[in-house]
Design a protein. Structure first.
Lengths: 148, 146
């Protein structure tokens, strides 16, 4: 089923603040096998010039995926989530995510198009602190495989 | 420096690693832990989260630069699902190569992840190449930690 093209250009209000905790950073770092001390040891992170533990760069997906749920779970979009595959992910890091951050995401639906019979959905996310400091710009491309 | 090959990295991935990544990331899509959900989605087996593969590729870059905050940007394209069979699991092999240097310390690194010899993901990352003293600081001091 084709996705609802009327979603293109839709910009969502900032998500509820996500509070980044030290144990969450350690848990995520362990899950991707990242063993940099700056993800586990506060003193090391401080020595590198950060206020607290820093998250591995791909931690930004935790923020952007939660924020994208506003779009993909909206029944009016017409997405069958059981057929969705992650095709591409972009991150531009303005600074690392740090423990103690309260982060919010503004999601925009950039494009919906058909490629090789499958539906492509492209969203972007601006991750900032609640005070408005830019942290990461994300772009996510999902493919909804059309069942045959 | 252009053409520098990053050390090849091998990452074993088991079903337990997928469960752990699901919990850490909040991505509980059942294709990453349920055989029948994977089958219903037309996949041959339970598959790894794309962002787990991306995390392992990023880890390969960080091992080279020495610090996680050296990664300024990345683009990853997932080209083939990574099947993770029960019991045996799989191995993701990551190769990387420096393809450009700008402004002296801004490197472009192209990475490829493979499973059973087949490409599963490609990444382009922009990273700061630290000077050698800087690289040292990212290594935990070999003193009090253990």
């Amino acid at each position: 089923m084709a996705l609802n093209r009327r979603f293109v250009g839709r910009k969502y209000p900032p998500t509820e603040p996500y509070e980044v905790g030290r144990e969450k950073i350690r848990e995520f770092a362990a899950a991707v096998g990242e063993d940099s001390a700056a993800c586990y040891d506060v003193a090391t992170a401080v020595r590198l010039g950060h206020p607290d533990l820093i998250a591995p760069p791909t931690f930004a997906i935790v923020l952007s995926m939660r924020a994208d749920e506003q779009v993909v779970r909206d029944a009016e979009l017409g997405l069958d989530y059981s057929k969705v595959v992650h095709r591409e992910q972009r991150f531009t890091h303005h600074r690392p995510v740090c423990a103690g951050d309260a982060l919010t995401v503004v999601v925009t639906v950039r494009d919906i198009r058909t490629i090789a019979g499958n539906e492509l959905l492209i969203t972007t996310g601006e991750i900032t602190t609640v005070a408005g400091e830019p942290v990461c710009t994300t772009s996510t491309t999902l493919v909804a495989r059309v069942s045959r | 420096m252009i053409g520098t090959e990053l050390p090849r990295a091998w990452y074993p991935v088991s079903r337990a690693d997928l469960v752990r990544y699901a919990a850490a990331s909040g991505d509980f899509n059942p294709i990453h832990w349920s055989q029948s959900a994977a089958g219903n989605a037309g996949l041959p087996d339970v598959v790894a989260h794309g962002m787990l593969t991306a995390g392992l590729m990023t880890r390969t870059v960080i091992s080279w630069t020495g610090r996680p905050d050296a990664v300024l940007s990345s683009v990853v394209r997932f080209v083939k699902p990574v099947a993770v069979p029960d019991v045996s699991g799989t191995v993701i092999v990551v190769d990387g190569r420096v393809t450009a240097i700008e402004a002296g310390d801004l490197a472009t690194v192209e990475l490829v992840a493979r499973c059973d010899g087949q490409q599963v993901a490609r990444m382009t990352a922009t990273v700061l190449v630290p000077s050698p003293p800087c690289r040292r600081t990212a290594t935990p001091a070999p003193s009090t930690d253990h």
